[in-house]
Design a binder for this molecule. Structure first.
Ligand SMILES: Nc1ncnc2c1ncn2[C@@H]1O[C@H](COP(=O)(O)OP(=O)(O)O)[C@@H](O)[C@H]1O
Ligand SMILES: [Mg+2]
Length: 344
């Protein structure tokens, strides 16, 4: 089957440098390979999840897409244009079409501005000639669309006068106010109280449907990803190691890293009858140079070639790709599932 992509990421790479060492006169600069040559398509109208543990490059990938971070190398095609080749002024035209929702709404909302001014800001920037009356109407509609009603009760408040959930709703209103095509949500509920998380996820689902949005949904939580996403890309140390439909990733994870992630998630129990927990030692270290597989040093199926030959994403089933040399050793049916259950 062929799909129409809104975003095509090709050979994308971001290397930061950081200083290490305790002594201030004797510090070395080391390279941090945050994103390591990734290929990724986001299809029109889908929610694509990126999951992976902290430090594996999820945020950096989204920030490059939104042009908040410049790539070290690569191409980022958005609706037929390679954003990496654009000058700042040309990039601005695309900014309206793509927006980001951050983990912490405090980062996005200026504490010294009232809600009405926060929401007017993007309209002023992109529609400077619009009348005040029109702008006010757009702001009110945006506030009501995120279920803060009546809008008048919120317009003249400051961010600190709202709860965490309400603040994240305002950040979402700001992201959708210019009717973008694409939203990247970077762990949008991880800083919020558990009690308000579901409300924010449902709001994003509803807005996506009503506005026909394409979404990139970043999380380290597989349960949230399984609820929100049509497809999931699993990232490990700057690379995509597995990508497929949500159902395939949850039911038939192939990559040893994905299998480890799935096996420890208790909330997924209702999909899974039997599983052996795989507990990983160690953690992601983006200062390592991966000549072979990024997961080699933690992988229970590790072979010699994993150390020096980089595996490529290869098809293992319909619309399901995995990069691993050792799949012949992995019993992919081992994580038992109830066949009759279908993810919704
Ligand atoms: N501005 C920066 N300078 C130096 N290193 C950075 C910077 N931003 C991110 N990194 C490093 O890049 C790696 C990936 O980070 P990030 O994309 O934030 O991962 P994630 O969102 O998956 O937790 C981490 O090792 C992080 O420390
Ligand atoms: Mg992050």
């Amino acid at each position: 089957m062929s799909y129409e992509s809104l975003i095509q990421v090709r050979n994308l790479r971001k290397t930061f440098s950081k200083k290490v060492g305790k002594h201030i006169f004797n510090r070395k600069t080391v390279a941090v390979h945050a994103v390591n040559d990734i290929q990724l398509d986001v299809r029109k109208g889908e929610t694509l999840g990126i999951i992976g543990e902290s430090g594996c490059g999820k945020t950096t990938t989204a920030r490059m897409l939104l042009r908040l971070e410049k790539e070290t190398q690569g191409e980022l095609w958005f609706d037929g244009t390679d954003l990496c080749t654009l000058k700042d002024k040309e990039t601005n035209k695309f900014r309206k079409r793509m927006q980001m929702i951050f983990q912490d709404p405090y980062d996005t909302l200026n504490p010294g501005m009232r809600i009405v001014d926060i929401l007017m800001e993007p309209i002023n920037a992109h529609h400077p000639k619009m009348s005040l009356k029109e702008k006010e109407a757009i702001v009110k509609t945006a506030i009501e669309s995120i279920d803060l009603k009546p809008a008048e009760n919120f317009l003249y408040r400051y961010p600190h006068e709202l709860s965490g959930g309400q603040r994240q709703r305002i950040a979402i209103a700001r992201a959708i106010i210019l009717k973008p095509d694409f939203i990247a949500a970077d762990e949008p509920t991880s800083m919020l109280d558990v009690s308000v998380r579901a409300g924010i996820l449902n709001l994003l689902q509803r807005l996506k449907k009503e506005m026909g949005l394409t979404m990139l949904f970043i999380t380290h939580d597989l349960t949230t990803a399984s609820y929100m996403c049509d497809r999931i890309a699993v990232m490990y140390q700057g690379e995509i190691v597995e990508i497929g439909k949500t159902e395939q990733i949850i039911r038939r994870p192939n990559h040893p890293y994905t299998r480890a992630l799935v096996s420890v998630v208790t909330d997924l129990n209702h999909f899974i009858e039997h599983r052996d927990e795989i507990i990983l030692d160690g953690e992601v270290d983006a200062t390592r140079v991966n000549q072979g597989c990024p997961f080699a040093h933690r992988c229970p199926f590790h072979e010699e070639m994993c150390d020096h030959t980089a595996p490529k994403l290869e098809e293992v089933g319909e619309d399901h790709n995995v990069s691993c040399h050792c799949l012949h050793k992995v019993d992919t049916s081992q994580i038992g599932v109830k066949e009759e259950q279908v993810l919704s």
